[in-house]
Design a protein around this ligand. Sequence first.
Ligand SMILES: Nc1nc2c(ncn2[C@@H]2O[C@H](COP(=O)(O)OP(=O)(O)OP(=O)(O)O)[C@@H](O)[C@H]2O)c(=O)[nH]1
Length: 376
Amino acid sequence: MKDAQQARVRWHQLSLYIDNHLHDRYLAPPLTLVVAALLTLWVPVWQAVLWAGLELVAIAVYTCVYLQFRRAAKPLDEAVWVRRIAWAHGVHMAMWSSIVVWAYVPGNLTSLMFVMLVHVGLISLTVVMSNPHRRLLMSDLVAPTVALVAPPLLDGTLFSAGLALLGIFYIALMLMVGLKIHASSTETLVLRERNSELISELEQQLKTDGLTGLKNRDHFITTARNELERHARYQQPVALLMVDIDHFKQINDTYGHLAGDEVLKAVSNVFVDMVRTSDCLARLGGEEFAVLMPQTGLDAAMAAAERLRMAVAKVRCPLDEDVVAPTVSVGIAIAPDGNETLSSLMRRSDLAMYDAKGRGRNCVVVAPDRNAKQVA
Ligand SMILES: Nc1nc2c(ncn2[C@@H]2O[C@H](COP(=O)(O)OP(=O)(O)OP(=O)(O)O)[C@@H](O)[C@H]2O)c(=O)[nH]1
């Protein structure tokens, strides 16, 4: 498993632990009051009140820690949070385990049963609620385990030794159950992580041209439409460059399709280097590329197209025994206020590109502006 994925899974486990235990804030206070009332059977009222008071403070403290964790959205400092949570919840577990000290009267069966019942319940709740995070499950179990096993051992009778043994079996069983649930929840979380990674990979692939790694036609159309709408709203100019490799069929026919692919990749790399990241560069198909340049007027578009053309002209592709020097023809169309449909802008820049082919290739031609074309 990759480190980042592992970290995300551990953070999810911590979040699940917190989600489970946040229910404590509703369950634990009334339970504390009931147990404190029962404690008065063995201790003076002030001691029961003191125990309840301390426990209510412990509940308030760990609830605050949990709520703070909820606000810490990033899986940074995971170890710090595990420590913090272990301390905050550990105090609460220690308080419940201290019931032994308050309520256990050696030789008194009712008191023994009370102490054991409290801790059997505590251990099963811990296993159910703490298992999403294995380290916290382990640390949560320590205090109640000692408290479940210690009182019968303190008695020193055979009956109590049997009870202690039963307690140890019970804890071992619960621990196994807890670890099994932990393992299956970890598997689920790993699968969930892998799923979301695959979905984002798939989304990326859907936008990308497999051969060149540039954006594909579909992505270009969607992005370019949005850009045009945005520029029409702010009345800003947009330029579209249509770029086509010259005599590409000849390269394919002479050196083969795979060699042609190498030329396509080499030319694409030049585009990637030359085009600004704010521009939308895509391979529309075959040997045709498009660059949509936001907030770009005619002069800047012509300069960019010329730079692109010259950079491609410098490319040398060693194929078989030969060296191929590809060139491109570029057509430019400008929507001065962004107010033009994408299909009209593409058609105009396409015509300009074909015009460049007609003028001998390896050159840049600007499409007449839309109004001039309508008049003609
Ligand atoms: N190697 C390779 N060739 C492709 C790919 N897609 C399209 N082609 C080829 O690109 C060639 C395009 O040829 P044409 O449209 O005649 O254009 P051209 O030879 O570049 O001629 P001009 O555009 O007029 O300069 C065809 O032979 C297609 O088979 C591809 O992904 N890889």
